[in-house]
Design a protein around this ligand. Structure first.
Ligand SMILES: Nc1ncnc2c1ncn2[C@@H]1O[C@H](COP(=O)(O)OP(=O)(O)OP(=O)(O)O)[C@@H](O)[C@H]1O
Ligand SMILES: [Mg+2]
Length: 431
């Protein structure tokens, strides 16, 4: 995503209360009353309570919460299917309370598509006709609409099924038609309300993977599609979401990135979801990297490199960077000693390229290499900068708070060896 995100949806202090005289719920007397008390005492159902959030262009924004927490109400407010009791919604630069019914219909037909859990295909229409249906009601000519529908059917893997009827399809395939139908509108915003809940686990995973692939292809376009995805499944939320809003009793109780939701749940409600989650699935190399003290330059002498190793008490790799801290490689202590013995003026020719990790690599990407290397391995950022290092100790400390935070220490025997060599040289003794 771009570094300054563009807001496409802005929700400001949104309330939705069901029942007679819903405004009572916002009055001074009841504004702090819990959802259940409100319902028991004055018969009002609190569906949304003071929800404020922003959704950025191109992101997948997941709304998660238990049944009845207000997810569907929120998403239906976004496309004007439900009128809020109070609050403001700006969507694609339009304030929903200001626009006419006609404009709203237009917006829903062209810019904001929705995929429901029950995909509601027309049984008398073929897959192609179902997919192109949204364009048909916009008055798009048959050839054009079929061409666009065909592209989207290919995208969701339904090539060859164009002439079939819904009754001939499995649940997963019908859901794909629902998705293709929404995508055919080429919406700026795609709202998806538990689209995969009705599918069995295997097909569900397949659909999730498909959506991830789709997201990548939609993201590369000039105006990447923004997806608002509702689920009550944490694994699905973590897998698909760039950010996740967790709802409880009509309130957003945490809005964060997936890793923060798992690593720093805001309260017990969120923690009750995340308890069972293996942090391994969301931790990235960036999260696991520990900072690395000093680095050396390619132009440094072998002595200087060994001094850096001693000063940092670091692992037996000295990280080599340029002046802008961009990662250039490593010089191991034994190689630095070899360079010293060879009388090299600098370590430039001794810099090796080790296994490196990118900040976004997952725990599972990182683990095999860390286990295979006794030393610490560098983590490199988007611009090639050295972010930190990972070794098995730092890996363990990311989920065991009692584990030591310091990375692999220089083996005392190696330390003594370096000190001796450097000491001898400064004494003028031959090594
Ligand atoms: N038309 C309605 N009239 C009265 N109460 C409603 C209405 N629609 C929703 N509610 C109530 O509003 C609250 C939020 O409902 P909503 O459908 O948004 O929850 P949800 O998080 O989508 O739940 P689920 O996971 O079951 O779909 C619930 O308490 C629900 O009973
Ligand atoms: Mg719902």
């Amino acid at each position: 995503m771009a570094s300054t995100p563009e807001t496409v949806v802005s929700v400001n202090s949104l309330w939705k209360v069901y029942g007679d005289n819903p405004d009572f719920a916002l009055s001074d007397e009841y504004v702090n009353t819990s959802k259940s008390d409100l319902q028991n005492n004055i018969g009002l159902v609190l569906a949304l309570k003071d929800v404020s959030l922003e959704i950025y262009r191109g992101e997948t924004f997941v709304v998660m919460g238990l049944s009845g927490s207000g997810k569907s109400t929120l998403v239906r407010c976004l496309n004007g299917l439900i009128d809020p009791t109070s609050g403001e919604i700006d969507i694609l630069g339009r304030n929903l309370s200001d626009i006419s019914d006609n404009e709203l219909t237009q917006l829903r037909r062209s810019s904001i598509a929705m995929v429901f859990q029950h995909y509601a295909l027309f049984p008398h229409l073929s897959v192609m006709e179902n997919t192109a249906w949204g364009l048909e009601i916009q008055g798009v000519r048959r050839r054009d609409r079929n061409q666009r529908a065909q592209e989207k059917l290919n995208l969701v893997g339904l090539q060859g099924w164009e002439d079939s009827y819904p009754v001939e399809l499995s649940g997963g395939m019908m859901q794909r038609v629902g998705l293709a139908r929404a995508l055919t509108l080429e919406p700026e915003i795609l709202l998806m309300d538990e689209p995969f809940s009705g599918l069995d686990p295997l097909i569900r995973r397949e659909m999730q993977d498909e959506l991830l692939g789709l997201k990548e292809s939609l993201r590369s376009e000039q105006n990447p599609t923004t997806i608002v995805f509702i689920t009550h499944d944490l694994d699905e939320a973590l897998k698909l979401g760039d950010r996740i809003a967790i709802m409880n009793g009509g309130e957003v109780v945490q809005l964060d990135t997936p890793d923060q939701i798992v690593l720093n749940p805001a309260n017990e409600y969120v923690a009750s979801f995340t308890e069972g989650v293996q942090s391994q699935t969301v931790l990235t190399a960036g999260d696991m990297a520990v900072s690395y003290g000093g680095t050396a330059r390619p132009g440094n002498s072998p002595e200087e490199v060994l001094q850096v190793a001693l000063a940092n008490n670091c692992c037996s790799n000295v990280q080599i960077t340029d002046d802008a801290q961009r990662f250039k490689g490593v010089v191991t202590v034994d190689i630095a000693i070899k360079a010293l013995e060879a009388g090299a003026a600098s370590v430039e020719e001794y810099v090796a390229s080790p296994t490196t990790f990118n900040v976004g690599d997952t725990y599972n990407d990182v683990l095999p290499s860390v286990l295979a290397h006794p030393s610490c391995l560098p983590v490199v950022g988007e611009n090639g900068e050295l972010v930190g290092v990972i070794d098995s100790t730092s890996l363990a400390s990311t989920w065991d708070p009692d584990a030591s935070e310091t990375p692999y220490e220089l083996d005392p025997i190696v330390r003594e060896g370096i000190e001796q060599i450097l000491g001898k040289r400064s004494d003028g003794t031959e090594s």
